[in-house]
Design a protein around this ligand. Structure first.
Ligand SMILES: [Ca+2]
Ligand SMILES: [Ca+2]
Ligand SMILES: [Ca+2]
Length: 491
């Protein structure tokens, strides 16, 4: 009898092994044919366009029965090394060991031990497609990552996309601590200011570590690009509270951004919620002026609802505005107002024309025409921080409202009773942010935050949610910004 039970158990285990290796699903609307190496689909349930390189086959092992690689679960551990298949897309379904790997006193990961040069050198993964005049508004990169263990072995990955450094990719993969040869879907947003890289109808991602020399290898089953994503097939809910780490007070208006799901703002209780984050690894950022930025990975299974609270540490962050940045001729006097957080006690101003001051709110007179970069270094007994505003002051440079990258700007009407139009002429494309601060420097409203093509644009703004008073509006394009005083007077 006992023998029979053992026999049954062995048979059952053998059956499990044979079923592992079969792919339950071979095709779906969001991904197309899983066995294809290069797929482009338009208007899928998830995006205006989906491009993939690499077959969806768990590095050629196949998926266990009832396992869905998009569900957010990790695969079971698989063997290694494995026989390479020449038909697999470049850079997929193969072990790649960082190119700096050399002598490693701290041991080796399994992938490094079981493979050799030159087969295991990192390779780029290429996606080719045609945008067909599609306007690109956002993009999410999904990759099925296997055996990434930078924290365990001390690797410091970098990533490039079309040859440009992609720190937003490196940031995520450097935090992955996969427990051995297992795979999981990872979601990474392409930031707005890098979308132009995807307008070349090709996408080349390369991941390596050319510095540390440690023994770390990884593998990628497939890479998938969602252009103008609409939503994800498998999602989870994440919610929580943002509070000050010292006082425990809720922090309102903190911006929480998540890969592929835009951003949400904490309310007066510090509460935020994302209803539909993609399953798998997703990166969350929490930012708030005068607080340290927090970045964490969340690991989500389809249908999860999890709480993640954030405790932010207030820091001294320098900032300032000028009442009157532009003038047609010198001499021109500018009143600067310090907006630094955490009660600074010392200020060092550099006005860009050789002039300096140690007052909190200096008045400075520019004697010569030109563009001037203004720097404020503020400190208290514990911290120091510097704010640089490039070409912040413009005097006698081609018209009154001239600026190095933002020209012909106008806010009308001003004073504003309910809504106003901001008219801009941008000399460069880039990340455009428009925000409003109150007289104490507290950010009270984000008017606009998007990638913007160069040229003329009009932005409508409603200020019904702000009480009457004087405010400062900052228009920031990439690293350049200008600030204008506005007056809100509701009728
Ligand atoms: Ca394969
Ligand atoms: Ca590894
Ligand atoms: Ca594959």
């Amino acid at each position: 009898m006992k023998k029979q039970i053992i026999y049954l158990l062995v048979t059952f285990a053998a059956l499990q092994l044979t079923s592992y290796g079969q792919t339950g699903q071979q095709r779906d609307d969001a991904n197309g044919d899983w066995t294809e190496q290069h797929v482009t689909l338009y208007d899928t349930p998830e995006a205006d366009m989906m491009v993939r390189a690499g077959d969806i086959d768990n590095l050629s092992f196949g998926w266990p029965n009832d396992f869905d690689p998009f569900s957010g679960n990790s695969t079971y551990s698989h063997g290694f090394p494995w026989t390479l298949d020449d038909t697999d897309a470049m850079g997929t379904d193969r072990i790649m060991v960082i190119s700096s790997f050399g002598y490693s006193p701290f041991g080796k990961d399994g992938y490094t031990s079981s493979t050799s040069r030159p087969e295991n050198l990192p390779r780029p993964i290429l996606l080719a497609y045609s945008l067909n005049n599609m306007e690109l508004e956002s993009a999410v990169l999904q990759l099925f990552a296997d055996d990434f263990q930078a924290p365990n072995w001390g690797a410091q990955y970098f990533a490039t996309i079309n040859g440009e450094s992609a720190p937003y990719v490196a940031k995520v993969i450097n935090q992955l601590s996969q427990t051995g040869p297992i795979g999981k879907i990872v979601n990474i947003s392409i930031p707005e200011n890098h979308l132009y890289l995807l307008e070349r109808d090709s996408f080349n991602i390369f991941i390596d570590d050319t510095i540390t020399g440690v023994a770390e290898g990884y593998a990628i089953d497939f890479v998938k690009l969602l252009l103008n994503p609409k939503g994800f097939s498998y999602t989870a809910k994440v919610f929580g509270y943002v509070v000050d780490i010292d006082t425990g007070e809720p922090i309102e208006n903190a911006v929480i951004s998540a890969s592929g799901s835009g951003e949400v703002i904490s309310d007066e209780e510090g509460y935020y919620i994302f209803e539909n984050l993609p399953a798998g690894i997703t990166n969350l950022y929490v930012t708030k002026f005068s607080y340290d930025t927090i970045n964490i990975l969340v690991d989500l299974i389809n249908g999860d609802s999890i709480q993640r609270d954030f405790q932010l540490n207030e820091v001294l962050e320098a900032d300032f505005v000028a009442d009157n940045q532009n003038s047609s001729t010198a001499p021109h006097s500018v009143q600067f107002t310090d907006l630094t957080s955490m009660n600074p006690t010392d200020w060092t101003w550099n006005f860009g024309d050789g002039g300096t001051s140690e007052e909190q709110n200096p008045l400075h007179t520019y004697e010569t025409n030109g563009n001037y970069t203004v720097t404020l270094t503020a400190s208290n007994s514990e911290e120091t921080n510097t704010k640089i505003r490039i070409n912040y002051i413009s005097i006698g440079v081609e018209g009154i409202e001239e600026h190095s990258t933002i020209s012909a700007y106008q806010i009308a009407p001003n004073p504003i009773s309910s809504s106003a139009k901001i008219s801009l002429d941008l000399k460069n494309s880039g990340s455009l942010t428009i925000y409003i601060q109150d007289i104490t420097g507290k950010a009270v409203k984000t008017v606009y935050k998007q990638y913007q093509q160069k040229g003329k644009c009009d932005i409508e703004m409603n200020v019904d949610d702000l009480i009457n008073g004087i405010y400062f509006m900052t228009i920031q394009l990439n690293n350049n910004s200008l600030t204008k005083k506005i007056l809100i007077l509701h009728e």
